[in-house]
Design a binder for this molecule. Structure first.
Ligand SMILES: Cc1cc2nc3c(=O)[nH]c(=O)nc-3n(C[C@H](O)[C@H](O)[C@H](O)COP(=O)(O)OP(=O)(O)OC[C@H]3O[C@@H](n4cnc5c(N)ncnc54)[C@H](O)[C@@H]3O)c2cc1C
Length: 409
C-alpha cells in the first residue's frame, strides 16, 4: 500500500472546483427526497447531466462519450459523488454489464450503443437471481428456446434491481436442460420493453426498490445473444468476478474495500451518534459524553469502520457488511428511542441516519453474494483452501483464478 500524499496539479484543483460547482447545481434536496421515497438507486436528472459531460464513465475517451479523465481527476469526481450521496446503483450495474456487452455483442451494435451508454440513455441491470435458485446462479431455469432468428423466453427472475430504470437486462437463461448445469446456459441482453416482459416492483427492508421480472413468451432477436449458445457461464464471469472484486486492474486510487459503500452508511450513522453523544443529557442530569462505557462503544464502532475501510478484495465485502450490521445495532442501542426516528422524518435531525443504517445493514449481508458465499470465495481464492465437494455444491469461479487474490493477501 502506498500512503504517500498526492499533490494535485493546478488543473486537477481547478477540476475539483468545477465538479463541486456542477454538483451544487444538480444534486438538489429533491434528488435525495425522491430517492428516499422511491428507493430507485437512480436519479434520471443527475444521471443524464453527468452523461452529458462524459462524467458517467469519465475515463472513457471523449470520442466514446467519456471525458478522457486521468485517474486522479476521475477519483476526485468519484469522491464528490459519494460525498453528496448521489444514487448510483444503476450506473454501477451498467458499468458491470458493459464489459461483457463490449466483448460479446456484435461490434456494429456495440458501436451504436456505446455513446448512448456514455450519455446515460441506455442502462443495464443484472438478471441473475431466480426465485428458486438464490445464490446458485447456475441453477437458472428461465428458459430460452430458439425459433428461427429469434429466442422465446419464459420464466421469472427475482431481485432484478433497477429494471424499472433500465433499457436492458443482462439475463442468464437455460438453453439446454440436458447438459450439465454450467454448460446449458446462454446469456442475452434483453430489451425490457419487449412484449411479454413484465416488471413488478418490490421494496426491501431499507426501502430499496428491486423487482420481479416475468418473461411470458417474450421474443427477442438473436442479435441480443452474448457469446455462443450454451457458453453463458463464461460470458457471465467477467461481470460476476468484477462484482465479487476478483482480479481486475487497480489504479491505487480506488477504495481499498469493496464494502466501502456499506461503510459510508455506517460513517453517517456514527457521525449522527457522535453528535448526539456530545449533546445528550440523561434524566439524572449526567452527560452521556462523561460516560466512559458510551465512549468505548462509540470507539469500537469507529475502529470497526476504519478496519473495514482498509480491508481489500472479497474480505472487504464481508468486513464492510459485518461492521455495518454490528455497528448500526450498537448505535441504535446506545442512542435509544431517539434512534428510531426515520431518516427524513424530522427536519434538522441527523439521527435518522442511525435507524436507516440499521435497516440498510440487513440487506448488505445478502445482495451481490451473501457473506457466507463470500466466505467460501475467501477460503478458496484468498487462502487457497480446497473447494468444498458435496453433491450440488455451488461453483462461482473458474479454477486458476486464485493468483490475483493470493497477491491481495
Ligand atoms: C435488495 C436486493 C437487491 C438485489 N439485487 C440483485 C440484482 O440486481 N440482480 C440479481 O440477479 N440478484 C440480486 N439480488 C439477489 C441476491 O444476490 C441474492 O438474494 C443472493 O445472492 C442470495 O440469494 P437468496 O436470497 O435466494 O438466498 P439463498 O441463496 O437461498 O441463501 C439462503 C442462505 O443460505 C446461504 N447459502 C447459500 N449458498 C451457500 C453456499 N454455497 N455456502 C454457504 N452458505 C450458502 C446464504 O448465505 C443464506 O444465508 C438482490 C437481493 C436483494 C435482497
Amino acid at each position: 500500500m502506498d500512503f504517500s500524499v498526492l499533490q494535485l496539479t493546478a488543473e486537477q484543483e481547478q477540476f475539483a472546483k468545477e465538479v463541486q460547482a456542477f454538483l451544487d447545481d444538480i444534486v438538489t434536496d429533491e434528488v435525495h427526497e425522491r430517492e428516499l421515497e422511491t428507493g430507485d438507486g437512480f436519479s434520471a436528472t443527475v444521471h443524464l447531466a453527468l452523461g452529458e459531460r462524459g462524467w458517467l464513465y469519465p475515463t472513457w475517451p471523449v470520442e466514446h462519450g467519456g471525458a478522457g479523465l486521468d485517474a486522479v481527476s476521475a477519483r476526485i469526481l468519484d469522491l464528490e459523488l459519494h460525498r453528496r450521496q448521489v444514487p448510483d446503483i444503476t450506473a454501477g450495474t451498467t458499468a458491470l454489464v458493459w464489459s461483457a456487452v463490449e466483448r460479446y455483442l456484435d461490434s456494429a451494435e456495440v458501436d451504436t450503443m456505446r455513446l448512448d451508454v456514455a450519455r446515460g440513455h441506455v442502462r443495464f441491470c443484472l438478471g441473475y437471481t431466480e426465485p428458486d435458485g438464490g445464490s446458485d446462479i447456475a441453477a437458472a431455469k428461465v428458459r430460452a428456446v430458439r425459433d428461427g432468428d429469434e429466442w422465446v423466453l419464459n420464466g421469472s427472475k427475482i431481485f432484478t434491481t433497477g429494471a424499472q430504470s433500465c433499457q436492458y437486462t443482462f439475463l442468464i437463461t437455460r438453453t439446454d436442460p440436458t447438459l450439465p448445469k454450467h454448460k446449458g446456459m446462454t446469456m442475452f441482453l434483453v430489451p425490457l420493453d419487449a412484449p411479454g416482459v413484465e416488471i413488478q416492483g418490490i421494496r426491501a427492508f431499507s426501502g430499496e426498490r428491486t423487482n420481479i421480472v416475468y418473461y411470458s413468451d417474450a421474443r427477442i432477436s438473436d442479435k441480443f445473444r452474448l457469446g455462443a449458445v450454451n457458453a453463458g457461464w463464461a460470458v457471465l464471469h467477467g461481470p460476476l468476478d468484477a462484482e465479487h472484486s476478483i482480479g481486475g486492474e487497480e489504479s491505487g486510487l480506488d477504495d481499498i474495500s469493496v464494502g466501502r459503500s456499506f461503510l459510508r452508511v455506517l460513517e453517517r450513522a456514527l457521525d449522527a451518534a457522535v453528535d448526539w453523544t456530545a449533546a445528550a443529557v440523561r434524566p439524572d442530569g449526567t452527560k452521556v459524553a462523561d460516560d466512559r462505557s458510551a465512549l468505548q462503544r462509540i470507539g469500537r464502532v469507529a475502529t470497526d469502520l476504519e478496519a473495514g475501510i482498509r480491508t481489500p478484495g472479497p474480505l472487504g465485502r464481508v468486513a464492510g457488511s459485518e461492521a455495518l450490521v454490528r455497528g448500526s445495532a450498537d448505535l441504535v442501542d446506545l442512542v435509544g428511542i431517539e434512534a428510531l426516528v426515520s431518516l427524513g422524518d424530522r427536519a434538522g435531525s441527523e439521527l435518522g441516519a442511525v435507524e436507516y443504517g440499521h435497516r440498510f445493514a440487513q440487506g448488505t449481508a445478502t445482495y451481490g453474494g451473501t457473506v457466507e458465499v463470500f466466505r467460501n470465495i475467501i477460503s478458496q481464492h484468498v487462502l487457497g483452501l480446497p473447494q468444498m465437494n458435496y453433491p450440488g455444491r455451488k461453483v462461482f469461479l473458474a479454477p486458476g483464478r486464485s493468483d490475483a487474490m493470493a497477491a491481495a493477501r
